[in-house]
Design a binder for this molecule. Sequence first.
Ligand SMILES: Nc1nc2c(ncn2[C@@H]2O[C@H](COP(=O)(O)OP(=O)(O)OP(=O)(O)O)[C@@H](O)[C@H]2O)c(=O)[nH]1
Length: 457
Amino acid sequence: MQRREWLLFDQARRLRGKQDVHTSKYLERQMNTILIITSNSADASVLKNVLSNAADGPYLIEWLADLSTALVRLGSGGIDAILVDLSLPDSSGVATFDKLFAAAPQVPILTLCDDKDELLAIEAVQHGAQGYLSKGHFAHSLVPQALRNIIQRKAVEEELFKEKSRAQIALNSITDAVICTDLSGDLNYLNKAAELLTGWQSDEVLGCAVDKVFSISNGKTGVPDPQSVEFVLQQRESVALNENTILVRQDGSHTAIEGSIAPIKDRMEKIRGVVVVFHDVSLAQAMAEKMIHLAQYDFLTDLPNRLLLNDRLNQAIILSNRNATQLAILFLDLDNFKHINDSWGHAVGDEILQSVSQRLSACVRNSDTVSRRGGDEFVILLSEIKDRGDPELIANKIIAAMAPPHAAGKGELQITTSIGISVYPADGEDGDALMRNADAAMYEAKKQGRNNYQFFS
Ligand SMILES: Nc1nc2c(ncn2[C@@H]2O[C@H](COP(=O)(O)OP(=O)(O)OP(=O)(O)O)[C@@H](O)[C@H]2O)c(=O)[nH]1
């Protein structure tokens, strides 16, 4: 029978002598196994005796005389505490402890020492040992109790460590950035997403004021917002970040974020700091802006589309009524554009449409709107005119601007346009009537031989 088997058998047999089989098996499961490593059989015997018969034990004891066998034994697990003499036949000094600790960091270790090597035992404590037992006191009744305490303490530490690791893993796996501060607003935690989003590494900023890492401002006004964390620390209430919050990253670049700041309270409800949870919304915002743009602008020319023009026309009519001013609509249709498509292909036609768009935009003020209505039709809104002379001037400008050939495909092509003009309020009381009448005037321009403009009235 192997040594360990014999020891277990011996202790279980003694227990069975006192209790029934069921109870002894239950106790066996509850008992802690202590590994004694010493080449001194007398020390081993005293320890085995005191521990096997301990009131708050009993313990299962395994005794090994050298380090190498002990390291092999530790590899099989099941050891709850180690008592080790640092002077062994195959290892001595604090290195003995270091090797055991490396092999089983989760198992508490007490060293066995006599008066002359107490300093060594203290060094082992500095390396992570839970304590030491002095020779001559091994038989003391407090020894089992001390052992029980360190096993329980280590178990609690292990549980806390596991819980902390689990929390760390969870916090580092989420895509939300999480940063925590203490009561003074100094940083004491950043998860991986926070490092990525802010550009700061934990070890660079832990202990620094939170606004070094969480530097935010209002994206619309550009005003810095250092108040939020301070506010939560003072008011002890959670707040959501403002809708347009911008985070200034370590490299000075800006990122739109959403998130919240909440107080961290202890079990007595005392505030201990704050936790800020936030995420990057710049992609989502850019996508939303793109969708809005696509809904309002023509994909080929990037000019405002019919929808946006209608909106601007209605606004211009309201302003015109309020200020008793006039506005004008210029309705353009390119002349014989179908011929370009048919002769040179659709792609060349597209290039002409883009070139025409640029020339039209160059003919008006920023406050006016050049829009593409669809196909080869464009509508220009002159939102404030003095008299008919203004649209007439623009129409002439456009006809002149169209004249030079447009680079398209591999060559150059010429195109002209017919323009119909309606004026508000004279030519219609609302946007629809103005458009209809400008369109009618444009047809009149076609009838008049193209490449000219006509007023509706
Ligand atoms: N390349 C291109 N062509 C388009 C697009 N949308 C419409 N078209 C074409 O534009 C042409 C418009 O022709 P019309 O305005 O009906 O006739 P036109 O040849 O310009 O003749 P008039 O208007 O009478 O001077 C048609 O051939 C359409 O197929 C587009 O996005 N790209």
